[in-house]
Ligand binder design. Sequence first.
Ligand code: RTP
Ligand code: MG
Length: 157
Amino acid sequence: LQAVEAGRQSTFAMIKPDAMSQLGSVLSELTEQRLKLRIAGLRLLQLTTAQARHLYNEHQERPFFKSLVAYITSGPVLALHLTGPGAVGRWREALGPTDSAVARTSAPNSIRAKFGTDKQINAAHGSDSVAAAHRELSLMFPEWDVSDRLPSLGSDA
Ligand code: RTP
Ligand code: MG
């Protein structure tokens, strides 16, 4: 039963502006067989400042917040709804550490190692928990009833 519920896990991924010029390569990484992630939905958009502040509101008190919002609104992004067993953790694992420079030494095959630049410009986003995934998917796919596609919170956190 746990495996079945894990199979339904959803996460929110986003290809950030700096990696959009290598979108095909990043998507190839994402759809690698071993990750067992499926693209349930996707949306190309340019975030407004208000949307970016909302998406990253957990960081609003951090010194890098203004810079983060400027970066993430600097060009188009690809928002993705990913599903698969343990999707939240698997996608975070595929991304590697936040800092791309650290990723290049500790996780050289990770997406941030391959496509990111530094601790801010780091190619892609991934929700850090099932609850965050729910919040971020609802925010970025408001026209869907995302809750329809998500397991109840806590069933596979
Ligand atoms: P994300 O939310 O984008 O998936 O990244 P994360 O969990 O690995 O890292 P988080 O701590 O949530 O930070 C969100 C994004 O803010 C930028 N950042 N800049 N200048 C800095 O010190 C700094 N630290 C983080 C990065 O773009 C990071 O992904
Ligand atoms: Mg984060």
